[in-house]
Design a protein around this ligand. Structure first.
Ligand code: G4P
Length: 528
């Protein structure tokens, strides 16, 4: 491995923001991109009419419904680091997409609304990070609004998530009386002044000539409270411990207001200081692939069709796990068992993409794909490598899809297969009926809405409709390691997209019956 490659890998940082909808993820992302110099004014992330932003069709749906459905990758350079920020959909019906994104990052920032505390989605996403032992930063947002008592909030985070917090900064006042934050590591006060937000904030250390005068002007109750709180956190809360942070047990926590762009630079400084460079990845066989291994390897964690309506293409997002990627390189595709060439590769800057000639472990590349890739596929320049599979969620909602015009049937089946390969829905086929009449499975209702919207808007299938089925349970039967294709008790066997046999059932009671009739079979909630 050349020195340049080692250096490039060492400066990669890939992370995602996890939060409950409305906590301010879009706003924070925008401010991070402003700091990174990728965008130059607020509002660009959401896409402005008339600009060159590539707002894709289903982003229209996001706008109409006020939800964030898709996730994208934004790359920027900051203080010598190459930072990849992976966006995650906020809505719970897209948890599976979020889960996949979290498989591709090395750290996460948990964003919490100071008034709302730990909300349901935050907790769920946190659990995924914890399962993967991803180091987590915490940013408490909206300090310019009234909110919870800071000490009680920390207690809530620690109790709800069973994780220790280490506040690296501390708020002085809140809402209308928000005065700024105290930087515990630098022992500095960073002043918040709503009238001069455009300018860099004033910073006082204890020995600054104006510090005393400023401190004396702070309302007495606030000054007393902060002094008391700082005393408590110095004595009671744990000190920052890098090892505990890297193993996901301790979260460095900071405060601010994304909307007012206050405290975002401080978070970014902590990120630069503490976020880990690319971590080794495990293979299916349980080996580790080190980022600095002398071959290229990666896995597909996301596929997106028709990402840019001007191109009408399909992009496979690959997280590079080791080595150096070069445009046009030949790689071994483990599932297909053959070599393929990665010719068209892109990197994403805010909402724009640009051709990418090289990339390194830790980076995310978008490869234009003509159908070679499915989620979880591994590629490597050094023969077969299979990274750990990306778990699928178990669908609980099922439907059939029909199109009025029989001539459009083939087009519809192709479109559905595309969208299933993307992971947007799961597909089940009855071998007696054939692939022309698939059953679709989803984790959340909104996935079906988006599917319909996309079939109509992206594929021109105006007259498709979905009929809900009564199934609520799917299981994959196995006898030991062997998939089972025949069961006692008259259970119809379907096949999923990858050809694994599965049964669809109306309710859990039916599953009990299947288990009773087939005592030597296990019924798995996912295909592997
Ligand atoms: P999300 O992506 O997590 O769903 O949240 P988003 O950034 O869209 O923010 C949700 C709302 O919270 C927005 O208000 C946004 O302006 C507001 N917000 C975000 N950060 C802060 C903050 O630090 N302080 C305050 N006071 N508000 C914040 P909105 O009314 O929905 O939209 P807008 O009209 O303000 O853009």
């Amino acid at each position: 491995m050349s020195e340049i490659v080692t250096r490039e890998i060492a400066r990669r940082r890939s992370f995602a923001i996890i939060s409950h909808p409305d906590a301010g993820k879009t706003t924070l992302t925008e401010k991070l991109l402003l700091q990174g110099g990728v965008i130059h004014e607020a509002g660009e992330v959401r896409g402005k009419a008339g600009t060159k932003n590539t707002t894709s069709d289903w982003m229209e749906l996001e706008k109409q419904r006020g939800i964030s459905v898709t996730s994208s990758v934004m790359t920027f350079d900051f203080k010598g680091l190459r930072i990849n920020l992976l966006d995650t959909p906020g809505h719970k019906d897209f948890s599976e997409d979020t889960y996949r994104v979290l498989m591709a990052v090395d750290s996460a920032c948990m964003l919490i609304d100071v008034a709302k505390g730990v909300e349901e989605r935050t907790q769920k996403l946190y659990e995924v990070c914890r399962y993967r032992r991803i180091p987590i930063f915490t940013f408490i947002n909206k300090l310019d609004r009234e909110g919870k008592n800071p000490l009680q909030l920390i207690d809530e985070v620690e109790q709800t998530l069973q994780m220790s917090c280490c506040p690296l900064t501390w708020p002085i006042g809140i809402g209308d009386r928000f005065m700024g934050i105290y930087h515990r590591l630098k022992k500095q006060f960073i002043l918040y002044d709503q009238r001069r937000l455009e300018n860099p904030p004033l910073v006082f250390s204890y020995d600054h000539p104006d510090f005393r005068q400023w401190w004396d002007r702070i309302p007495k109750d606030i000054a007393e409270k902060v002094t008391e709180e700082l005393d408590i956190i110095e004595n009671v809360l744990p000190n920052f411990d890098e090892e505990r942070f890297l193993s996901g047990h301790l979260s460095p926590l900071t405060w601010g207001s994304a909307k007012q762009n206050f405290g975002v630079d401080i978070f970014l400084d902590f990120f630069v200081q503490f976020a880990p460079s690319p971590l080794p990845r495990r293979t299916e066989e349980g080996n580790q692939v080190d980022p600095s291994a002398n071959f290229f390897s990666g896995f597909v964690f996301k596929i997106q069709a028709n990402m840019d309506p001007r191109h009408r293409d399909r992009v496979a997002f690959i997280r590079i796990c080791s080595g150096r990627f070069e445009r046009g390189m030949k790689v071994y595709h483990s599932r297909l068992n053959r070599e393929i060439r990665l010719t068209y590769s892109n990197q994403f800057l805010a909402q724009d993409r640009e051709t990418l000639n090289e990339a390194f472990a830790g980076d995310i590349i978008g490869v234009t794909d003509s159908g070679n890739f499915a989620i979880g596929d591994s590629v490597s320049s050094s023969g077969p490598v299979r990274f750990e599979p990306i778990p699928r969620f178990t669908p609980e909602l099922f439907c059939r899809v029909t199109v009025k015009d029989a001539l459009k049937r083939k087009k519809m089946i192709d479109a559905i297969r595309h969208l299933a390969e993307e992971g947007a829905i799961q597909l089940f086929v009855d071998p007696a009926v054939g692939p022309g009449d698939p059953i679709l499975g989803a984790v959340g209702e909104l996935q079906f809405d988006v599917l319909l919207f996309r079939l109509r808007n992206e594929y021109g299938l105006e007259e498709v409709s979905l009929q809900r089925l009564t199934y609520t349970v799917v299981r994959w039967p196995r006898r030991g390691e062997v998939p089972v294709t025949q069961l006692n008790g008259n259970f119809r066997i379907y096949y999923d997209m990858s050809g694994h046999p599965a049964i669809l059932l109306n309710e859990l009671w039916d599953l009990k019956w299947a288990e009773k009739e087939n005592p030597d079979v296990v019924f798995l909630p996912t295909p592997f």
